[in-house]
Design a protein around this ligand. Structure first.
Ligand SMILES: [Zn+2]
Length: 193
């Protein structure tokens, strides 16, 4: 029987170790990423609806990271923090980017553009909306992983747009739906590590 552990997400950069009690014993620990080697059968999960879920795996050690990255977390360095917490060579890490709002739909204002950096290649003018930009959150996160040493061929950049695909995904911006997507990773009971 698998157990799903979740976090109390705050758009920060705190990384939580899988050994921290959760569920009935300790509630949800506050943080925006898991990193470490979970016991088999313990699933490390995060919730999203437009924010970007990222899963990192280091096959040689069985260490995993599951990351919740909105623009604040991405700019703040939550992915780098999770990578560092894994404590393994970045060049050996496999990464997958899950469904998130894409640059096709993610209109941001000056606050976000200023935080991201006006010269970021992941910002582009939003047609007909002066002062607003389209932000490529998955693209920005992918670049941060590359800069941190993750190899291009080790990143699955699929990241379909949650806002475009109402049949498959929830989107906070499309309908302010209370539902969330769950991204999780773990090892099967009786399996690795
Ligand atoms: Zn879209």
């Amino acid at each position: 029987m698998a157990e799903l552990a979740l976090l109390r997400q705050v758009h920060g950069t705190v990384v939580v170790a899988p050994a921290v009690p959760s569920g009935a014993a300790g509630g949800r620990p506050e943080g925006d990423a898991w990193a470490g080697r979970p016991e088999p059968g313990r699933l490390l999960g995060i919730l999203t609806a437009d924010c970007l879920p990222v899963v990192l795996v280091h096959p040689p050690s069985g260490r995993l990271a599951v990351i919740h990255a909105g623009w604040r977390g991405a700019v703040g360095g939550v992915a780098e923090a999770a990578l560092a917490a894994l404590g393994v060579p970045a060049g050996e890490v496999l990464a997958a980017l899950g469904p998130a709002i894409g640059p096709c739909c993610y209109q941001v204002g000056e606050e976000v553009a200023a935080a991201v950096g006006a010269r970021s290649p992941h910002l582009s003018p939003w047609p007909g909306a002066p002062g607003h930009c389209a932000f490529d959150l998955p693209g920005a996160l992918r670049e941060r992983l590359l800069t941190a040493g993750v190899r291009t061929q080790h990143i699955d950049p699929l990241a379909p747009c949650t806002h475009c695909d109402a049949d498959r995904f929830y989107s906070h911006r499309r309908a302010a739906e209370p539902q969330r997507l769950v991204a999780f990773a773990g090892w099967r009971p009786g399996g690795r590590p």
